[in-house]
Write a protein that binds this ligand. Structure first.
Ligand SMILES: Cc1cc2nc3c(=O)[nH]c(=O)nc-3n(C[C@H](O)[C@H](O)[C@H](O)COP(=O)(O)OP(=O)(O)OC[C@H]3O[C@@H](n4cnc5c(N)ncnc54)[C@H](O)[C@@H]3O)c2cc1C
Length: 443
């Protein structure tokens, strides 16, 4: 297992930013990242808190729109070690949740989101191409697959939505799935083209390293305090900065700075990647070089055959705290074994956990919280593209731009209220247990 070499936490910094027991496997596959710079400048027009997809997209747009003004990005960890470098690398341009629309119909909300994500994907691809970011970009689409009756039912609901949205898909029965995925575990599934695979740590590093020259990126410097109003005082583990404008892009950890405490929860989920497999073992994983499966239940297991001959499994959830690496290893190994009992071994080279910020109604907070304080928080899982799209638009909004995309993003409902602790913990933990039981064979 790859042990993370990160910032030590102290009483002052504990809980203010994510810390993990194990490093990101994707990041460990890349060359060591050079030590980052520091700055002696203390006053900025804009400071971005968090260097994930959201923060780096916002910083890029602000820096492009104000090329003569420096923009500071403060990142608590090393780029590649945050959730942006810990995810499964599915860049999905379809909505996850279409219920949060106030008085608008789910179809109208879905269409707005699809327009937003399509535009976000075009922009991301353009940045990747322009800067030659080597992140194994592969527009291979994605499978959704079900092993149980309830899973098949869930997929039929998704397909009814796809039909309504005009999204293409191809259905697969057990035999056709076995040919594609090499396992008879799934009874039914479909493939849709709305996904690009990436090596997520390579993508986020590339996005960081290709920022405009007026972006100052400081890594391993967590923000531990943020004042109420503009000019904002931003206290980090190392220094104190001032900014007229702040972009909050630290996802669930905005809570620790006193923001949206009654709207956001942090859920950990877990992933593991095998070593490169031999040709004979790879043959057992179907006939395509790269594919991925999204589960038919939200607490199910994601699979990905990676183009370089590795295999990835993602599953399991825990509330606010990372579970033990030995539990994670046991759970992910079992997911792998149940689907591929015929593999010679079920060893992983890397195992790790990561955080996602969830809200009760699945909505993201997007917009201006207070004058000069802009935020996009609570991506609810599918945040690679959502974070990118909303981060870009948030940067444009902070610069006073107007557009139909911005109006669409602002028209979506925000996160709903969550009860305080300990009721919240009891509710979320029981819901995880209940949903996990419902997920059955999809886990
Ligand atoms: C195992 C796993 C698999 C996933 N798979 C997928 C997938 O396949 N596709 C998908 O779309 N999404 C996936 N996700 C979710 C996705 O990773 C997130 O939604 C996405 O990273 C959100 O981007 P973000 O920039 O908003 O937040 P983050 O990526 O969390 O970035 C926020 C950054 O802020 C930093 N930060 C936090 N607090 C502070 C502070 N106080 N000061 C300074 N910096 C701070 C963090 O270190 C972090 O780097 C997965 C997540 C996990 C954990």
């Amino acid at each position: 297992m790859h042990i993370r070499q990160g910032l030590p936490t102290s009483d002052v910094t504990a809980g203010k930013y994510p810390t993990y027991q194990l490093g990101s496997g994707w990041n460990a596959m890349l060359p060591e990242r050079p030590k980052c710079s520091r700055t002696s400048i203390r006053r900025f027009g804009t400071i971005v808190i968090g260097g994930g997809y959201t923060g780096l997209a916002a910083a890029r747009r602000i820096a492009e729109m104000q090329p003569d003004q420096p923009v500071l990005v403060l990142e608590a960890s090393t780029i590649g070690e945050g959730s942006s470098g810990r995810n499964s690398g599915f860049v999905i341009n379809l909505p996850h949740n279409t219920k949060m629309g106030g008085h608008t119909s789910p179809l109208e909300i879905a269409r707005k989101q699809i327009r937003l994500y399509d535009a976000g994907l075009r922009w991301l691809e353009q940045v990747v191409r322009e800067h030659r970011i080597d992140c194994s970009w592969n527009p291979a689409g994605k499978f959704h697959a079900a092993a149980s009756d309830s899973g098949v039912e869930n997929l039929s609901v998704s397909l009814a939505q796809y039909r309504e949205w005009g999204v293409n898909f191809e259905e697969y029965d057990r035999d056709a799935l076995r040919e594609k995925l090499g396992t008879g575990y799934y009874r039914y599934g479909f493939h849709s083209p709305n996904n690009v695979f990436v090596q997520p740590a390579a993508l986020i590093r590339g996005l960081a390293d290709s920022q405009p020259s007026n972006v100052v990126l400081i890594e391993n410097e967590p923000v531990i305090q943020l004042s109420e109003s503009s000019p904002f005082r931003i206290t980090t583990s190392e220094a104190e900065y001032m900014a007229d404008r702040v972009i909050l892009a630290n996802n669930g950890f905005a809570k620790a700075l006193g923001i949206l405490r009654d709207r956001l929860i942090t859920i950990f989920t877990y992933a593991a990647v095998t070593p490169r497999l031999s040709e004979s073992e790879l043959k057992k994983l179907g006939d395509t070089q790269e594919w991925g499966v999204i589960p038919a239940n939200r607490l199910g297991t994601t699979l990905r055959r990676v183009h370089d001959g590795r295999f990835m499994v993602r599953s399991a959830y825990s509330y606010e705290r990372e579970q033990s690496p030995s539990d994670t290893l046991a759970q992910l190994t079992s997911c792998y074994q149940r689907r591929y009992p015929n593999m010679k071994a079920h060893d992983f080279e890397y195992v790790w956990g990561g955080t996602t910020a969830l809200t009760r109604n699945g909505a993201t907070f997007f917009g201006e919280l207070r004058p000069g304080l802009f935020a996009s928080l609570g991506c609810n899982g599918a945040g690679v593209l959502k974070g990118t799209t909303y981060g870009k638009l948030l940067g444009e909004m902070a610069m006073g731009a107007q557009s139909s995309q911005l109006s669409d993003a602002l028209s979506l409902e925000g996160p709903s209220w969550l009860p305080p602790e300990p009721i919240r913990r009891i509710g979320v933990v029981s819901s995880i247990k209940y949903q996990a039981a419902l997920a059955g064979a999809e886990r």
